[in-house]
Structures are given as structure tokens and as C-alpha cells.
Write a protein that binds this ligand. Structure first.
Ligand SMILES: [Zn+2]
Length: 215
């Protein structure tokens, strides 16, 4: 992999209701991968109202949205998928679907265990359901590090809170896949947290052992 860059940092908004703070995801991290075989890949595309941040982020790297060959969507939540349309020449890859953004031509991958192939070297997709049923993660190696780009399959705030609530599609899968992602990587890029590495990675991995599931 030539480069891995977070071109849009995640953003949350705080709202207050009767003095209680609620924090909502507004825009997930947008990540640009440039492969050794010169493919430009965007992992997630951010939320509504954040188009300019995506375009500016690409421009800083010398690219336009039309230069993106593949968009990988970690799952279909609005704070991750709102700006897909910008990459008008890309193929969209998501769990069990491969879609041409230009003409909408869609291929569905029938078998549950299958993921659409990605025609770029050095990238592996794995299924990491739990946050949603369609969650996938992207594994890449760069400068002797093992990166996992995970969307919302890992959330630092949730690990620190120590509890997975029932609102997710499958809490047990969510916990198992979080543990797996910390096992098989040494840098995680999460849609919610951005870069998780070094001491933070080690700390969260340790805290994960005590995370419980709401019954
Ligand atoms: Zn999500």
C-alpha cells in the first residue's frame, strides 16, 4: 500500500435535552487508500453536509472525486454513505453488493460468506457484523503495520463505557468481532474515533476484556 490517509476526521454533535447530553454521529471518518498498483480507494464517504470536506480532503492529496476507482462502504449508515455520488466513476463495494455508481448496474453476491472481489492489490475485506448486519472491515498492510479500517465495528466510547447495549443488530457478534479486530491488527481506523494506535490501542484492547453485554 502506497499510502493510508484520513482525509476527513470524524465529527459528532452534542445536543442537550433536559440538561442531559446526547452525542450523535454526524460524519464518520473518510479514508483514502492508494495502492501499489495505482488504484485510489475511498473507505466510507462521510455524512450529509460534509461534501466540501471530502472534496477538499481529496484535493489536498492531488485528487478529484472522479479519480476514485473504488468506494468501500463499511455499512449503510447515513454518517458513512452520504457522499457516494461524488465518486461518479467508482465501483461501490459493500456487503454482498457491487454497484457501478455511474450507471447503477448491480451485482449481488448470493452466498452469505462471499464478499465482492476488489480489483486492487494488498486489500482484504472481512465481514464484521454486530453493529449492523452488513458491517465489513478493510485489512491492509502499510509500513510493517497491520491496519484494520472498521467503520463502526469498533467504538472507543463503547469500550470505555464497558457495555454493549441492545440497540445493535447482534451484541455478541459485535463483541466477538471487536476482539477479533484488535487481535489481527495493530492500528485501527474507526469511523467514530479516527486513528487508534500506540498506547490508546493497547489500552482499549485491555479494556475490551471487561466489556459486558446488556441482557
Ligand atoms: Zn453505524
Amino acid at each position: 500500500m502506497k499510502s493510508i490517509d484520513i482525509i476527513v476526521e470524524p465529527e459528532r454533535v452534542d445536543r442537550y435535552k433536559k440538561g442531559i447530553k446526547y452525542s450523535f454521529p454526524n460524519c464518520a471518518a473518510v479514508i483514502l487508500l492508494r495502492t501499489d498498483d495505482d488504484k485510489n480507494i475511498l473507505v466510507d464517504t462521510g455524512g450529509y453536509g460534509h461534501q466540501k470536506r471530502v472534496v477538499d480532503g481529496l484535493r489536498r492529496k492531488g485528487l478529484n472525486p472522479e479519480d476514485i476507482h473504488y468506494v468501500i462502504l463499511t455499512h449503510s449508515h447515513f454518517d458513512h454513505n452520504a457522499n457516494i455520488y461524488l465518486c461518479s466513476r467508482a465501483q461501490l463495494i459493500q456487503e454482498r453488493w457491487l454497484v457501478s455508481i455511474a450507471d447503477g448496474k448491480t451485482i449481488k453476491y448470493g452466498r452469505k460468506e462471499e464478499l465482492p472481489p476488489i480489483g486492487a492489490k494488498g486489500i482484504r475485506l472481512i465481514k464484521t457484523p454486530g453493529h449492523t448486519e452488513d458491517s465489513i472491515s478493510v485489512l491492509v498492510r502499510h509500513k510493517n503495520k497491520k491496519y484494520a479500517i472498521v467503520g463502526d465495528a469498533v467504538k472507543g466510547s463503547l469500550i470505555r463505557a464497558g457495555l454493549i447495549k441492545r440497540e445493535y443488530s447482534n451484541s455478541q457478534d459485535y463483541l466477538n468481532n471487536m476482539k477479533k479486530l484488535f487481535r489481527i491488527s495493530n492500528v485501527i481506523i474507526s469511523g467514530d474515533d479516527g486513528l487508534i494506535e500506540g498506547e490508546t490501542f493497547t489500552e482499549l484492547k485491555k479494556l475490551l476484556k471487561n466489556v459486558k453485554i446488556e441482557r
